[in-house]
Ligand binder design. Sequence first.
Ligand SMILES: *Cc1c(COP(=O)(O)O)cnc(C)c1O
Length: 227
Amino acid sequence: MDHTYRLRKNLDTIINKIEKARIAYSRHQVIQLVAVSKYATIQEIEALYACGQRAFGENKVQDFKAKSQVLDELPLQWHMLGTLQTNKINTLLALKPTLVHSLDSLELARALEARCARENITLNALLQINASYEPTKSGLPPQEAQETYLTIRKECPHIELKGVMSIGANTPEIKQIEASFEKTKNIFDTLKTQGAEILSMGMSGDFEIAIAYGANMVRIGSALFES
Ligand SMILES: *Cc1c(COP(=O)(O)O)cnc(C)c1O
């Protein structure tokens, strides 16, 4: 089946919305779209690639491995978004992810550092912040984020921290969603002198709010692939 028409339409809609929100925030802002392909088929990823999309995100190492291997011939950038278990580190590193968004503890950073040092590779990563304090979510509590970021920068020379990631508050209350994004943005701003360039926040349901609070990388799945 040819998915190209539907996916091009979805992509155009999303890009237009991102562009409106971007201009409202700042004409100088540059925003990157990561297409979250965790619910998508190989054919759908290929169709979105044909529309010009290059960055894709998965939240499980096994799916990342399976899809990136099948699509090996395409020049795609793969982002790892989901909680990372220590026993999956070797598999993940072998896949050479463009960016890991889900570095969520000092302990995980140390485990990654040890493996990267042994392999003599550098890993690009974002520190995940649980800005809405939801117990079901991974990520550091905001009050620990800055110190942990600096410790990782100091202790883990094979981890290139590029910024922070957060998942918006899971609630219909826009004020709470805004508060969680604002908190993450404030942490991001304090870390700019420490090499933070990427503020990854915003998904299908809240990316326009995230952009209004300074997100420069959005991770969109269902709105892109919906029929
Ligand atoms: C699934 C997922 C997304 C995309 O969510 P949608 O609501 O489908 O856009 C973004 N970020 C992470 C970490 C995810 O797991």
